[in-house]
Design a protein around this ligand. Structure first.
Ligand code: C2E
Ligand code: CA
Ligand code: CA
Length: 616
């Protein structure tokens, strides 16, 4: 495969003058020049812009022998591949000798026919031309001349058709071939002109940025023909909903854009956005199969008060992103807050990349208490970002963005790498920390180096629990994840299912993964003291877990009541602010030393217990 850059250099550095002309199918002598290289400009004196759009006759100078001219026309008319040595003129009239060659080319895709014309400048008049007379070799007879003259006349007549052809060419390059809408090139030209009108006191206008929500999945499941049909039907829908004053374009892929002048009523804008979203809620049918593909729309307005109206498309894109993040299949109108948010996200993204480089992530630890003894059973490792400007940040400030950047795995890796030293320092200090629980992202679980990292960490796998979210394995229960889980079990690592009850298809997931530990999400634990229904729900979760032989952790234990209730209901372990918030390793070490590992006194007499007994 020859790199495109090399091909580009050939056209530039080739010493032969080259030009391409789009020809009229019916008569090869009718053509429009579309391109030339630098050598062509050097030889003829015509610049690229001067030749593009010109007819082939521009290549025939006034000094060219009439017979040679006729030969050229005849061969072109017959689509012949040929070379001639002729006298010609440069743009400035200077005479010179050249070898002119013509090669017909055809484009199978469009059916268009092209000419490649190449020119080589000759030092002197070629010797044979002194002998060679213009075609025919002897004086041409009048009859033949008449035939050629007639042909030339016809050529002139065909000039009008040439202009038609030129129009088709222009149209082709402004039009999206699949949908017939304006393409990105044309959109950009139009946008410039709308903006320049706006600056000269013209009307404000709205930009609608439209993106299909499930296009990739339609393509993947129903095939590319279906994808194409969907795009064509979206284009048809947009045409129906707009009128001649609007501009509708497909920017590429599944992205469309509409420019609409602002009317007297805001409905003019919201109505269109609404209609697009509504229409796309309808099912899309293809060859007897039907599927859904909603669209999200971002809308922004360009007005004369804007400092940089060119910004409007980026604004609409930000609004589109907002619509997507709010659940897709909806439209959003651009606001300044979104702009600020987009800037903040951008900054967060670049800060996060630096943070990965500089390994600014540190583990914090929250104790898990054995409900039977009140002693520490484990510590959950919770990541914090030691941000150089903003201080210590919780996961809520960055994990979502990190996930969308695909760097969650890297963060988990950095956090994990700090653990062996910390655990070793606890052991050295003689404080007892039986186990660490680490949170693992889907990416990390699907990363084969994870097992290697655990094996080479020097940590005892028997002292490790990994916490995974239901969503992680339900979505990604691919072979690698299965393999990783199997390896983890074989190493003696405990697998816990985190935030149980918040995902979908919980029981199905449970059966698939068979974790040794089930962590009940804090949203179920927190109301158990007051709310009987919540208690019943927790009791049934505990029942399911126990029947599958799992240990149960209650998360979000914030009060003594919570602890008493959860413990009495059968939770094996308790975790929450009641026993300690996540803390740095030094603080945890100090707490462990002070308490000798005893964080709680279970079984204390409490008014709540009576209620539990009544309940159970
Ligand atoms: P999680 O795994 O469910 O972690 C428990 C979260 O609940 C922690 O929030 C913890 O501070 C908080 N929490 C603990 N006890 C209580 C309580 O009694 N009341 C209340 N209101 N909250 C409590 P944090 O540290 O902000 O972590 C949030 C989430 O971020 C974690 O939820 C986990 O899903 C994720 N996460 C944290 N660290 C990591 C990590 O290193 N890797 C990955 N992949 N995810 C992490
Ligand atoms: Ca967790
Ligand atoms: Ca949790």
């Amino acid at each position: 495969m020859i790199p495109a850059q090399i091909l580009d250099q050939i056209t530039d550095k080739c010493t032969e003058g080259l030009a391409l002309a789009l020809a009229c199918d019916e008569d090869g002598a009718i053509m429009e020049l579309q391109w030339c290289n630098s050598a062509f400009t050097r030889i003829t004196g015509y610049g690229f812009d001067e030749i593009v759009g010109q007819r082939g006759t521009i290549l025939i100078g006034s000094s060219m022998d009439q017979g040679d001219h006729l030969i050229i026309i005849e061969k072109l008319m017959n689509w012949e591949h040929f070379s001639v040595k002729v006298r010609n003129n440069r743009r400035n009239g200077e005479q010179y000798w050249q070898k002119m060659s013509w090669v017909p080319l055809s484009d199978a895709q469009t059916g268009n026919r092209w000419w490649l014309c190449s020119l080589v400048e000759l030092e002197d008049q070629p010797r044979e031309t002194a002998r060679r007379r213009p075609y025919p070799a002897v004086e041409p007879d009048q009859g033949q001349f008449a035939v050629f003259a007639e042909k030339i006349k016809r050529l002139e007549k065909e000039n009008a058709r040439l202009h038609e052809l030129a129009k088709i060419v222009a149209k082709e390059s402004n039009e999206d071939a699949l949908t017939g809408l304006s393409n990105r090139r044309h959109f950009e030209i139009e946008l410039k002109s709308w903006i320049s009108d706006l600056k000269q006191g013209g009307r404000d206008f709205a930009v609608f940025y439209i993106d299909l929500d499930r296009f990739k999945s339609v393509n993947d499941t129903l095939g590319h023909d279906a994808g194409d049909r969907l795009l064509i039907s979206v284009a048809g829908m947009l045409r129906r909903l707009t009128d001649g004053r609007d501009l509708v374009a497909r920017l590429g892929g599944d992205e469309f854009v509409v420019l609409r002048p602002l009317g007297d009523s805001a409905l003019n804008i919201s109505g269109l956005a609404d209609a697009i979203v509504q229409e796309m809620h309808a099912p899309f049918a293809f060859e007897g199969k039907s599927t859904f593909c909603s669209a999200s729309v971002g809308v922004a307005i360009a007005n004369a008060r804007m400092e940089i109206p060119e910004q409007v498309v980026a604004d609409a894109d930000i609004a589109l992103y907002h619509a997507k993040s709010q659940g897709k299949g909806r439209w959003s109108f651009f606001t300044e807050e979104m702009h600020a948010e987009a800037i903040a996200t951008k900054r967060l993204v670049s800060d996060l990349l630096v943070a990965c480089e500089k390994r600014e992530f540190v583990p914090h630890f929250q104790p898990l208490i054995d409900a039977a003894t009140g002693r520490i059973a484990s510590a959950e490792v919770l990541v914090r970002w030691a941000h150089p400007r903003l201080g210590l940040l919780p996961p809520s400030a960055f994990l979502e963005t990190a996930a969308s950047m695909g760097i969650l795995k890297r963060i988990d890796e950095i956090t994990f790498a700090a653990l062996p030293d910390i655990l070793a320092s606890f052991d050295r200090a003689g404080v007892e920390l039986p186990r660490l629980s680490i949170n693992i992202s889907a990416g990390r679980l699907a990363d084969p180096t994870f097992i290697h990292d655990i094996k080479s960490s020097g940590m005892d796998p028997q002292r490790l629990t990994i916490e995974i979210l239901e969503s992680v394995y339900l979505e990604r229960i691919g072979d690698v994840v299965q393999w990783t889980l199997g390896e983890l079990r074989a190493l003696g690592v405990t697998i816990a299912l985190d935030d149980f009850g918040t995902g979908h298809a919980s029981v199905q997931g449970l059966l698939k993964i068979k974790p040794a530990v089930l962590k009940i999400d804090r949203q179920f634990i927190q109301p158990i003291v007051e709310d009987e229904t919540a208690r019943a729900l927790v009791a049934s979760i505990i029942g399911i877990g126990k029947s599958l032989g799992m240990s149960i952790v209650a998360e979000g234990v914030e009060t003594e009541h919570h602890a008493q209730f959860a413990s009495a209901m059968g939770c094996d372990y308790l975790q929450g602010f009641h026993f300690g918030k996540p803390m740095c390793s030094d603080d945890l070490q100090q707490r462990l030393a002070e308490t000798a590992g005893a964080f709680w006194h279970p079984g204390a007499e409490h008014a709540g217990l009576e209620r539990i007994q009544r309940f159970s």
